[in-house]
Design a protein around this ligand. Structure first.
Ligand code: CTP
Ligand code: MG
Length: 232
């Protein structure tokens, strides 16, 4: 059975909600709660570990609330995203593979989590499977003076998301690197790629958006309202 880590220890500076992003209100609940509920509903996850900011008082009622399995527990996150992953993994007990998810993607669905887990299970050669969408914008490399130096071949480009699912031994090895390297990683799959590991993509939807700015929060809210209307 898989163990799921939700990293939620960032400060959310670009969102500027006056509190850590994980606790910003989204459609009436803390942002992190949406991811917890989605992963709780996914088949094949036995435990969920959250990496949270130091002040966890806001969390009472999330981890303390009696609920059916999977069990949800929390640890204090680290100074960087990867350090938060490492701390959550250290507290995760048994469980393989390891699913890593950013709390900043509250629209994740149980189905997507299940699909990424299944993709890794199918490809015995792969060390990791990651949710991703083909890029629709044309992407250019721009130098320090603001001039374009290169246009990348769009058909080969994918924008990656979370969930990312790893064979546990591969993730543990990948995270066992100096702090400077951990700090450079904007996702964990990169740590696997750079040591020659095989990472496969699982087609996802743009709806699994990342909340970075107030604009993203507004879009997420509208999408959740629409979801609620459809469910009625
Ligand atoms: N994260 C974490 N620990 C950190 C930094 C980030 O657990 N030290 C988590 C965030 O909580 C988020 C995910 O990693 O769920 C992606 O990070 P990002 O979107 O950059 O969130 P923040 O770092 O909180 O936002 P900002 O960079 O605007 O401050
Ligand atoms: Mg950040």
């Amino acid at each position: 059975m898989a163990v799921a880590l939700i990293v939620a220890a960032g400060s959310g500076e670009r969102l500027g909600a006056g509190r850590p992003k994980a606790f910003a209100e989204l459609a009436g609940r803390p942002l992190v709660q949406w991811s917890i509920d989605a992963l709780r509903a996914a088949q094949g996850i036995e435990r969920i570990v959250l990496a949270l900011p130091r002040d966890r008082s806001v969390l009472r009622g999330i981890t303390d609330r009696p609920a059916p399995p999977p069990q949800v527990s929390a640890v204090e996150g680290g100074a960087t995203r990867s350090e938060s992953v490492r701390r959550a993994l250290a507290a995760a007990g048994e469980g393989d593979p390891v699913l890593v998810h950013d709390a900043a993607r509250p629209l994740v669905s149980a189905e997507l989590a299940e699909q990424v887990i299944a993709a890794l299970e199918r490809d015995r050669e792969a060390d990791a499977a990651i949710a991703a969408v083909p890029v629709t914008d044309t992407v250019k490399r721009v130098d320090g003076a603001g001039a374009v130096s290169e246009t990348l071949e769009r058909s080969e480009l994918w924008a990656v998301q979370t969930p990312q699912v790893f064979r546990r031994a591969a993730l543990e090895r990948a995270l066992d690197v100096p702090a400077e390297q951990l700090a450079r990683a904007t996702d964990d799959a990169w740590l696997i790629e750079r040591s020659g590991g095989r990472v496969i993509v699982v087609p996802a939807s743009g709806e699994n958006l990342k909340v970075t700015t107030p604009f993203d929060l507004r879009v997420a809210e509208l999408l959740l309202e629409e979801r609620a209307r459809r469910a009625r």
